[in-house]
Write a protein that binds this ligand. Structure first.
Ligand SMILES: NC(=O)c1ccc[n+]([C@@H]2O[C@H](COP(=O)([O-])OP(=O)(O)OC[C@H]3O[C@@H](n4cnc5c(N)ncnc54)[C@H](OP(=O)(O)O)[C@@H]3O)[C@@H](O)[C@H]2O)c1
Length: 275
């Protein structure tokens, strides 16, 4: 991985940039418009939003106003839990598309594995894929057993699984399972929302390369072949997070960062959530 525009190749051949901008909790309107425009100017070509984030309009507006052609940008959105089910997902997709002001989405994800609902939801995603409204489909917050359950019945294997992933939650088994099935793993909260920046191991490695702990973590994601979507609304950090293609961690450093794992989540447990 040598440039911010380098891509993972999904199992249907679609290219997905390894690094994107996450926009969870970024306010619709100027806040999200400025963040997305800054990212596109810095070379990002991938934005991760969701119906739940309530900022799809701003993401769409920023992309339109940026002057970067739509087809050069990889846009992900997700169907929210309260819309899960076949017909309701199709309707939710239409709403997302309208809010984004687009005529297709690059990646549509089932946001959480809502029990008793996610298979019907995924069938709607398969229809949207076959009808050409989405270039790739996938899931988020799925554990191995959710994937096995889904794959036993689905027609089109998910192309992506977006999960919480950072040095305190390295998801080794899930990652190996996804690799085996050619499902691209994608990291949410890759920076653990800032909770790791004073870790001595990361600080030591940062010092060696003249990089920040955030940049070391993002580089670790990339070398682990995990797509990563750090969120920031701060222009200097948006640029900093993209500047991770000019150094390489050694195998020993990768192992040292792996060893920070504590199986610790900052978000909800996909086997026990109530939303
Ligand atoms: N599928 C899911 O269920 C799910 C769940 C959560 C998140 N996500 C996706 O994943 C994306 C990223 O996760 P996240 O937003 O939870 O957390 P994150 O990216 O791990 O961390 C974001 C926080 O770190 C700060 N930050 C960013 N870059 C920094 C840097 N270089 N130095 C210091 N601080 C920095 C940001 O501050 P400022 O913004 O103030 O600069 C913000 O407070 C989300 O935006 C969303 O797109 C998906």
């Amino acid at each position: 991985m040598k440039s911010i525009q380098d891509c993972a190749i999904l199992h249907n051949g679609v290219k997905m940039p390894w690094l994107g901008l996450g926009v969870y909790k970024v306010k619709n309107g100027d806040e999200v418009i400025n963040a997305v425009k800054t990212a596109l100017e810095a070379g990002y070509r991938h934005v991760d939003t969701a119906a739940f984030y309530d900022n799809e309009e701003g993401v769409g507006q920023a992309i339109k106003e940026s002057g970067v052609p739509r087809e050069q940008i990889f846009v992900t959105t997700k169907v929210w839990n309260s819309d899960q089910g076949y017909e309701t997902t199709l309707k939710a997709f239409e709403t997302s598309l309208k809010k984004l002001g687009m005529d297709y989405i690059d990646l549509y994800l089932v946001h959480w594995p809502v029990r008793g609902k996610y298979k019907e939801t995924y069938k709607a995603l398969e229809k949207l894929y076959k009808d050409g409204f989405v270039r790739a489909i996938g899931v988020s917050n799925f554990q191995i057993h959710h994937l096995e359950d889904l794959m036993a019945e689905c027609e089109i294997k998910p192309m992506v699984n977006q999960v919480e992933y950072h040095p305190r939650l390295t998801q080794k088994e899930l990652h190996a399972f996804c690799k085996q099935h050619h499902i691209q793993l994608e990291a949410w909260s890759p920076l653990m929302r800032g909770g790791l920046f004073d870790d001595p191991t990361l600080l030591e490695i940062s010092k060696k390369y003249g990089k920040s702990p955030a940049q070391v973590i993002l580089r670790w994601d990339l070398q682990n072949e995990v797509v990563t979507i750090p969120k920031s609304i701060t222009p200097q950090r948006i640029k900093e997070n993209a500047d991770v293609f000019d150094f390489e961690l050694t195998p020993e450093e990768m192992e040292k960062i792996d060893a920070l794992n504590m199986n610790k989540r900052i978000g909800s447990d996909p086997d026990n959530f109530d939303f």
